[in-house]
Write a protein that binds this ligand. Structure first.
Ligand code: PBG
Length: 335
């Protein structure tokens, strides 16, 4: 037989050899997911006695204080890395008073779960005013109706101290005000709270994919957040925001949403890895809703889609992923 001719006709190099069995595929697998790298966002609503479903977020609920405690215990038992707490207060006002009240629902709920699980979980408080303001913006308003950056920083500083004294390990700064990381770091350090860490939502795009979340927190927002959240077409600006937040003392930086911005996750990861700063990405409510809605119609395999989206985010360079599917994913990874 003319071996040269055979070699010419048939491939010598065959990538399929390493795909033949599950064991071979596992051996050469490049991207691994682990429950410890997942953060689970949770909602708690003041005054609820039973958890309430959220229509646009199948499987996700607004918790009562009691059911929240149980959910956090469950998350710890499943090995999820962190819980991120969002709260829906009974009353809202122009400056978001409930956010800085030690008896406000967010601070009370942080205390509840700290007393339940202590340091067994990483507890993250959402540090933003949008759930607490009657106009729904992430900050306080100036007389002309615009969001007043520097007046908002003062509110964030008070919020940070309230959450730190409630026992939060990490503060999730999601408001997209300029200088928020530096302002909060200074306030914490000024009160000796040097151990309270900052998760900076450095790169948060003005996105349609937050729609279901706004139902979850009963947002009062009319209009949009385009004067403070990033424009979806801008990637260089993402790097600028990350550099600023690292310089201001962010302990972890985040890109949000995840799936429509995987290129940004990659570019930011290439930068943060050289700085030694961990990078997170937030798989937001609309990303969950798309998959759940398609799965309900039998149009997509839900479990495979969950793992595929999470793998994509991990592969793009996020070491940590915030996902409403943290428990589902942990179970899928185990089985
Ligand atoms: C605002 C905030 C938002 C989300 C987290 N924090 C929404 C917004 O900016 O309107 C969205 C999360 C999601 O969609 O899952 N503090």
């Amino acid at each position: 037989m003319d071996t040269e001719a055979v070699a010419g006709r048939f491939p010598v190099v065959r990538p399929r050899r390493l795909r033949r069995t599950p064991a071979l595929r596992a051996l050469v697998g490049q991207t691994r997911l682990h429950p410890a790298d997942l953060m689970l966002p949770l909602f708690v609503k003041e005054g609820l006695s039973e958890p309430a479903p959220i229509g646009s977020m199948p499987g996700v609920v607004q918790h009562s204080r009691d059911s929240l405690r149980k959910a956090v215990v469950d998350a710890v038992a499943t090995g999820v890395g962190a819980v991120m707490l969002f709260a829906v207060p009974a009353t809202k006002d122009a400056t978001g008073t409930a956010a800085t009240d030690d008896d406000g629902i967010l601070n009370v709920a942080i205390r509840d779960i700290v007393s339940e699980v202590g340091d067994d979980a990483v507890i993250i408080g959402d540090l933003c005013l949008d759930e607490f303001t009657d106009h729904g913006h992430c900050g306080v308003l100036a007389d002309d109706g615009s969001v007043d950056n520097d007046a908002t920083l003062l509110r964030y500083q008070e919020m940070a101290l309230a959450q730190a004294s409630a026992g939060a390990h990490l503060l999730g700064l999601s408001g997209m005000m300029d200088g928020q990381v530096g302002a909060v770091r200074a306030a914490l350090d000024g009160e000796g709270r040097t151990d309270t860490a900052i998760l900076a939502y450095s790169v948060k795009y003005a996105s349609a994919f937050y729609g279901p979340f706004r139902e979850a927190v009963e947002s009062s927002l009319v209009g949009d957040r385009r004067t403070y959240q990033l424009d979806g077409g801008n990637a260089d600006e993402a790097l600028r925001e990350v550099m600023l937040d690292i310089a201001e003392g962010a302990d972890i930086v985040m890109v949000k949403p995840a799936l429509p911005y995987l290129d940004v996750v990659r570019r930011v990861a290439d930068m943060t890895s050289t700085q030694g700063v961990p990078l997170a990405a937030y798989q937001v409510s609309g990303e969950l809703a798309m998959v759940e809605a398609a799965a309900q119609r039998g149009w997509i395999d839900r479990d495979r889609a969950i793992l595929e989206t999470l793998t994509s985010i991990r592969r793009a360079g996020a070491g940590i992923i915030a996902t409403y599917w943290a428990l589902d994913a942990a179970r899928l990874l185990r089985d």
